[in-house]
Design a protein around this ligand. Structure first.
Ligand code: ANZ
Ligand code: ZN
Length: 760
């Protein structure tokens, strides 16, 4: 037998599979379609371990589903516009276009080295005009619907990236991209009315099949609050506009505390803030006058931006009252009738509209034209896409406008409405707009007439399963759900929700248990690992590192990966057990059919191994579907051990083992399949079936001790007799080697657990 040369094996099969092996047709006879989506990567330039975790591990599920007869779409593309790509390009003194396309070419090669079963014929790149034409088109549909508006508001400004950010892109008051503390600036920006969908985004979470933590995070982010607005009249003062009806509205969730109000607090940007010191507000329930203050803790754009201060019941109000010598009023709670008279029931949300304009070069140009007379006009459909012009100086200016504003030739156009002098919008779209619909394009990536045809979308949507990172729960995942609902209302898609099932994966840490980073020197280079131990080992190692269906974080362990490599070497050696070696190619067992009794070589297999085989088929399949790849791999390891302890293996059993292994280690499984003369490709073989009755027969693992040392183990039916157990143990090579030529002085038997020999 040749030794296991992973690079030869992997190169050979990657070449054979090429880029078209997993080309997916929209229809396959007798097969149900299954759309399995993983979040597409930024073309950062070099695949890191996180990419492997994100793409190579889910490939197990894609391959498994195909073997179970599904027609699986497992696409790949690049989220190529935006800050990460542009910042990296700036750092390297390169044009973002050159930088991005070079990276994509390099990353494509690395993706192929994973042995992942992507359909490359559907690859999409968001910075390709053929793609962003439709981003612009869809944006204009939303614009026509009144879902896009321009408004001067207080926005988050990253002084390093020199652009506005959406609320979702600010984490702990820092820029989600670069970690710089954001500033608040009052700027006029393009907004998308995601708040109009707050209620539906919330209620439709119920039908989404995903971990509760995702639902909780989205609910909290949307932050629905049911309360009431109460109007406090203001005593006329010389500075306020004359006349009746001057009042402050507050938002409260506790209208019953109305009798306890001892002050009114306004957000610093409230229209009355400047005059607050001179104002007295009147409590409508008892006509009491209370002072008005400006307080930092009142948020500008939540509720009404004004609060009724009830220090007896509210912690922040109490703190503020103490600091400002405001008396604490201890009063009765207002009975229902009283407060219902003054309180107007209302619902507010923490969610804000989505600020989508960016003052950066590398993004989808916003397809609007500004004319002094006609205000903003959409670019006519026939003029789409508005191409991003190549410019020399794309460094962000920081003056609140994109560098595109300097491309005068490009920016100066005629107004589509009146034909007069007009100017293009020079800001670009947030990358999260590009990624809000990319999964639609995968269904029809080459379409020149539509963003995707109804028929093609109908074949695949909604996405059956979406795997991604936890960091996107209140960004991409929320935006894309909103976008889809807006398209649904426009009659452009058929489903209210884009995804049926969603899962967030965990994080791989450096071997020091810290986040991998160049500065810490704990970065594992997957290319290097693949060179040393092979892609199959890296895949299985990552799948084995922890449950993929949970969002844990797992440190890279050198010992662990060596262990996986040894496992695959043992698998490689299992072929020695296949006697006699087949002379000509033969068919694998028909659809999982198992033979029970006689084997090639005339050895009789025990029914216990048969039970184990059935149990393993069941377990591996169920675990893969649940994304518990780690326990599926353990089951495969147990099965391989059982095969090792047999004198000779059945060809059928080995075939089944390779079929079970194929999704995890596609190259070695294919090589062994081929080397052992099974017909066709292991990846085209059907997933083995099992006999449910057999899986219920309990089996146990019995340990073999010789002179107090553990020398091996074997499987047996629960309750196996003492005589049978000793016979089985003595037949095993591990025990036989230790017992030959010796006299057995004593035997011990612990039912279902242990056989022990003491020899001379
Ligand atoms: C009086 C009161 C008494 C309140 C009491 C609470 C407890 P949630 O649940 O988060 O919606 N509030 C209203 N608008 C605010 C704003 N713009 N900035 C900061 N705080 C604001 O919180 C609603 C409560 O937060 C409201 O109910 C109001 O204080 C405060 F025993 O009114 B409450
Ligand atoms: Zn005009």
């Amino acid at each position: 037998m040749k030794s296991y040369n992973h690079s030869a094996v992997e190169k050979k099969w990657q070449k054979k599979w090429g880029k078209s092996a997993y080309k997916t047709q929209d229809k396959k006879k007798g097969a149900e379609n299954f759309y399995f989506l993983t979040e597409f990567p930024y073309p950062s330039g070099n695949l890191h371990v996180g990419h492997w975790y994100a793409f190579a591990v889910p490939d197990i599920l894609a391959r498994y589903l195909r073997m179970t007869g599904k027609n699986v779409l497992y696409p790949i593309g690049f989220d190529a516009f935006g800050l990460p790509a542009e910042n990296a390009a700036l750092q390297h003194g390169l044009n973002p276009h050159t930088w991005t396309y070079e990276n994509i070419a390099y990353m494509r090669k690395q993706f192929i080295s994973m042995g992942a079963s992507f359909d490359w014929s559907r690859e999409i790149t968001t910075c390709d005009p053929a793609y962003y034409k439709w981003t612009q088109w869809l944006f204009l549909k939303l614009y026509e619907r009144g879902l896009v508006y321009r408004k001067k508001t207080e926005v988050n400004w990253c002084p390093k990236d020199k652009t506005v950010l959406a609320n979702e892109q600010v984490k702990d008051e820092k820029c989600e991209r670069c970690g710089t503390s954001v500033e608040k600036r009052k700027m006029e920006q393009w907004n998308i009315k995601i708040t109009e969908y707050a209620e539906r985004l919330l209620s439709d979470l119920d039908v989404l099949d995903c971990p509760e933590e995702i639902k909780i995070a989205q609910r909290n982010w949307i932050g629905k609050s049911e309360g009431a607005e109460i109007e406090f009249k203001i005593h006329p003062t010389p500075t306020l506009p004359k006349g009746k009806g001057v009042s402050v509205k507050v938002f409260t969730t506790r209208p019953d505390t109305l009798f306890g109000v001892s002050f009114i607090a306004l957000a610093p940007s409230h229209p009355f803030a400047k005059d607050a010191k001179n104002l007295r507000a009147i409590n409508p329930a008892n006509n009491e006058e209370v002072p008005v203050f400006v307080a930092d803790y009142v948020v500008e754009d939540y509720g009404t931006g004004a609060v009724m201060g009830v220090p007896a019941h509210d912690e922040r109000d109490r703190e503020f009252a103490l600091k400002n010598n405001i008396p604490v009023k201890n009063s009765e709670l207002a009975p229902k009738e009283v407060f219902e008279k003054f309180a107007q029931k209302t619902t507010t949300y923490k969610l804000h509209d989505w600020v989508v304009s960016r003052q950066r070069y590398w993004g989808t140009p916003i397809p609007l034209i500004h004319c002094e007379k006609c205000e903003y006009q959409p670019v006519p459909e026939k003029d789409l896409p508005v191409l991003l012009p190549p410019i020399k100086d794309y460094v962000p200016t920081g003056d609140g406008r994109s560098p595109l504003a300097k491309a005068r030739k490009w920016a100066e156009v005629k107004c589509p409405a009146c034909g007069g002098k007009a100017e293009r919008e020079t800001d670009t779209l947030d990358t999260f707009v590009d990624s809000s619909w990319y999964f639609l394009r995968y269904t029809d990536p080459k379409n020149k007439k539509e963003f995707a045809s109804r028929k093609k979308m109908g074949a695949w949507l909604p996405v059956d399963f979406y795997s991604g990172g936890a960091e996107h729960t209140t960004m991409h995942l929320l935006y894309s759900r909103f976008w889809h609902k807006a398209l649904f209302d426009l009659g452009l898609v058929s489903d209210k929700e884009p995804y049926v099932r969603r899962m967030n994966r965990g994080l791989i840490l450096g071997s020091d248990g810290q986040k991998m980073s160049k500065s810490r020197g704990n970065v594992i280079d997957p290319d290097e690992e693949v060179k040393q131990v092979g892609a199959d080992t890296v895949r299985i190692y990552l799948a084995f590192i922890g449950p993929y269906n949970e969002t844990g974080s797992y440190p890279w362990d050198k010992g662990g990966i060596a262990g996986i490599r040894r496992f695959l070497e043992r698998v490689w050696r299992l072929q020695d057990k296949i006697h006699p070696p087949p002379r000509k190619p033969s068919a694998p067992p028909s659809k999982g059919e198992l033979r029970n009794s006689s084997l090639e070589g005339g050895v009789s297999r025990r029914e216990t191994e048969d039970v184990l085989l059935h149990q393993t088929i069941k377990k591996v399949g169920e675990d893969i579907i649940a994304m518990k790849f780690n326990t599926a791999i353990s089951a495969l390891m147990v099965l391989s051990k059982a095969f090792e302890s047999e004198k000779a293996g059945a060809r059928e059993d080995f075939a089944i083992f390779l079929q079970l292994l194929a999704p995890f280690a596609p190259h070695i499984a294919e090589e062994l399949w081929h080397e052992n003369n099974f017909k066709g490709s292991v990846h085209k073989a059907p997933w083995p079936t099992y006999d449910e009755a057999k899986t219920r027969e309990a089996s146990v693992t019995i340990v073999i001790q010789v002179n107090g040392k553990i020398r091996g183990s074997f499987f047996a039916p629960r309750g196996v007799t003492e005589a049978d157990a000793f016979a089985r143990a003595e037949a095993l090579p591990e025990a036989a080697a230790r017992l030959s030529g010796k006299q057995i002085k004593k035997r011990f038997f612990v039912k279902d657990r242990l056989v022990s020999f003491v020899t001379t």
